[in-house]
Design a binder for this molecule. Structure first.
Ligand code: ADP
Ligand code: ZN
Length: 723
């Protein structure tokens, strides 16, 4: 009989703990069992990872009870992989997969009334109310209290006291599922769609791991491809997971899934209560659903068997978790598919450089859809050089005229305000260039308090020049300044039109968002202003113009992916134009009309953009050629944070023997102070993942040992957010 268990406890320590198994649980435990254990003075939910032969210490604490259903072997393997890859304690990795609250939810109890057996003395019944209740109960025997509303508590109590009826409680049963559901009609697939569906279908049928990159232009019918592949899987007993960037932002997509799969789908999103989430998890575990749809964390949906994982808009940054265990939902999806011998499909109109590289090098299989479903042409894209526009205006006469034309024709316009509020980059008003770091090719950030330009990758420092080093112009100014004015300017210029703004400040919650989308859809809005939120996969037939008000903000962010993100954003935004019967048009305002990200988005030329961008990545050893780890050091005092970062740097330098790894920094993070904490960051770059992983672990350990709790060290593997 097993007497010892190795347990992963959700604490910030990179190890597991031994516990003894009480005899009454010995037969019930497996690897993956969720248990309650004492830890310090607390009781915590934890997970069995193994059954060792010998205990490490003589004094062992004992497992208290079972906490919930066990984790499947593939999820246990996935947790071990995440802990190892993202340099995070195993107990915390499991905690990331199983929301504790979900386990703690107990089924709701309902009050019931039942008839007791025996010969009842009818003479004890008084009056018509009690008689009616007695007759009802004689017929139905048990009735929930919710159906007894017309009887007063005193009536019920009287028959209970007479020994005829009894009150009891039981677990609420889940609502019966809608049986009479007819799925919507499936359209006939276009040839490229059909080819993708059959290739993916063959792979799923083989039951061997494979990853596909489904690269299809906006409106090419990728969603229909997912629906078909999942439809083919339904009924085989294998489940499917669909990840979407942000579930609240995809009501149209969810509707299409509902129409096809009815109640055999589970939705997982952050707006759910613990009880709702617990119910969805249970349905998934019991095999009552064919597909689970959700944001990032739905990748852990506990299907007993899994055939397919789809990551829609795989290039989206929101797949990367930005706190705790900083995993990338897309990469975890690929790994889960691998551990489960399942198929993973990554879909996008603008794939990330990483995924494209993997597809081109044969690691993923590449599926392309070049044509839109309805043969509608791609919108025309025009780039407006703002250097020739009146300086004071944020809005060129051309864009103003095009918006007016839409208003006159009762069509709609979208105006994209690309990433507001980042102004610590200097840009030349004459040539449009920002000032780049000579060794890192990212914009230098301007630190106002010390009047210095700094590279936040390598900490290169320079005095801000009087004139632009590129063209000699004297008009160097902080980027994006005065951009809040755009909304005012639009309101002034088109005062009689209905203008709405959509961004994370103005839209709070899913309801507000759905409501606004509905109004746009019903053409109750003429001009929709917003951040990248408005570029997401919506389908608004009356939108015929998309204006990108200031493309330079995105282009000049101090981030090596700024060109990629700008290209993606503009291409996605352009995909919103001309979905109805009128051809679409896109206008991009910039000081930098020859920038390759803009040139290639003008011609919808993904490959052209990829070829230029990938060369730059290769030259500097950035991903996908090199692996990157960001180490961030935070403290309440600036020199403490710097001191700690330097300690980490020195440790890495001593260990860094070969030339295979580059260490950049420490440098102040571009947003140097967040919530009262000063931040410094270092970047490790190498082709060898094992090397930078061990360097990061050593640096973190050294700093933590020396500075204790006064300093926080955060390790981010494959960082996406470099701000
Ligand atoms: P994507 O996900 O690539 O942007 P969608 O799957 O949303 O494209 O398809 C765009 C539109 O075309 C949707 O309204 C969809 O219902 C429709 N559609 C998709 N496939 C077909 C098809 N084979 N025949 C007709 N309409 C289709
Ligand atoms: Zn630099």
């Amino acid at each position: 009989m097993r007497t010892l268990a190795d347990i992963a406890v959700p604490v910030n320590l990179p190890k597991t703990f031994h516990y003894s198994i009480p005899p009454e649980l010995a037969g019930d435990l497996v690897v993956g069992s969720r248990v309650i254990v004492p830890f310090g003075s607390r009781r915590v939910s934890a997970t069995v990872t193994g059954f060792p032969e010998k205990a490490g210490t003589a004094k062992l604490k004992s497992i208290i009870s079972i906490a919930g259903p066990p984790l499947s072997p593939d999820l246990m393997k996935l947790a071990a992989w995440m802990a190892d890859y993202y340099l995070h304690p195993i107990g915390m990795a499991i905690e990331t997969m199983v929301p504790r609250a979900v386990e703690e939810v107990r089924p709701k109890r309902v009050r019931m009334l039942r008839m007791l057996d025996g010969d009842h003395d009818m003479d004890a019944i008084r009056g018509p109310k009690q008689t009616a209740l007695f007759l009802l109960m004689s017929e139905r025997l048990t009735v929930p209290f919710s159906e007894l509303g017309k009887f007063a508590p005193s009536t019920i109590k009287a028959l209970c006291s007479a020994g005829m009826l009894e009150i009891f409680e039981k677990d609420e049963e889940p609502a019966a599922e809608n049986q009479s559901f007819t799925p919507d009609a499936q359209p006939e697939l276009m040839p490229e769609q059909a080819a993708a569906v059959s290739t993916i279908g063959e792979a799923v049928a083989r039951g061997a791991f494979e990853t596909f990159l489904l690269h299809g232009v906006t409106g090419s019918g990728k969603t229909e491809v997912y629906l078909r592949c999942i439809g083919a899987l339904a009924g085989t007993g294998k489940g499917a997971i669909v990840l979407v960037p942000e579930i609240a932002l995809t009501p149209q997509l969810l509707n299409r899934f509902r129409k096809r799969f009815g109640s055999r789908i589970a939705m997982l999103h952050s707006g759910m209560t613990d009880r709702e989430r617990a119910d969805e998890y249970r349905r998934i575990r019991e095999g009552s659903v064919d597909v689970a749809i959700g944001a990032r964390s739905a990748v852990f949906a506990p299907f007993p068997d899994l055939g397919l994982l789809v990551v829609d808009e795989e290039h989206e940054n929101s797949y990367k978790q930005d706190e705790g265990l900083r995993y990338h939902g897309r990469d975890v999806a690929v790994m889960r598919a691998k551990l489960r011998n399942a198929v993973c499909v990554l879909g996008s109109a603008t794939p990330s450089l990483e995924s494209s590289y993997n597809a081109r090098s044969g690691k993923y299989r590449y599926l392309r859809i070049e044509k839109r479903v309805d043969h509608r042409p791609m919108p025309t894209v025009e780039i407006l050089d703002m250097k020739t526009s009146p300086k004071a205006s944020l809005f060129s006469p051309k864009l103003a005229a095009e918006v007016q034309a839409r208003l006159d024709r009762k069509e709609q316009a979208l105006l994209l305000l690309n990433r507001r509020g980042f102004s610590s980059v200097l840009i030349c008003g004459d040539c449009g260039r920002s000032l780049p770091c000579p060794s890192c090719s990212v914009s230098l950030t301007f630190h106002k308090n010390v009047r210095k330009l700094k590279c936040h990758y390598c900490d290169h420092q320079a005095e801000p020049p009087e004139t632009c080093p590129n063209c000699g112009g004297a008009d160097l100014k902080p980027l994006g300044a005065g951009t809040q004015k755009i909304e005012e300017e639009v309101a002034k210029a088109f005062s009689s039109s209905r203008i709405e703004r959509m961004d994370s400040d103005s839209i709070r919650g899913r309801h507000a968002y759905d409501e606004l989308l509905g109004r746009v859809d019903r053409c109750e809005v003429d001009i929709l202003l917003g951040t990248q939120m408005i570029a997401k996969g919506h389908d608004f037939p009356a939108v015929t113009l998309v204006g990108v008000v200031d493309a330079d903000v995105g282009l000049n962010l101090p981030d090596f992916r700024s060109s990629e993100k700008t290209f993606q954003l503009i291409t996605q935004a352009a995909g919103r134009a001309g979905r109805g019967d009128t051809a679409g048009e896109v206008i991009i305002q910039t000081l930098n009309p020859n920038h390759y990200a803009l040139r290639h988005s003008r011609t919808h030329d993904y490959d052209g953009f990829y070829d230029e961008e990938i060369r730059f990545r290769e030259e500097l050893g950035y991903p996908p050629f090199g692996r990157m780890i960001k180490i961030e050091v935070k403290a309440a005092r600036e020199n403490l944070a710097l001191d700690a970062a330097m300690t980490g740097r020195d440790r890495i330098r001593r260990l860094l023997k070969g030339k295979e790894t580059i260490l950049l920094g420490p440098a102040p993070s571009p947003i140097a102070k967040v919530r009262g904490k000063f931040r410094f960051q270092m970047l490790l770059l190498s082709k060898r993942r094992d090397l930078i992983h061990s360097l990061a672990i050593e640096a973190r350990k050294t700093v933590e040992e020396k500075f204790g709790k006064k300093v926080q060290v955060l390790v981010d593997v494959d960082p996406v957010n470099l701000m």
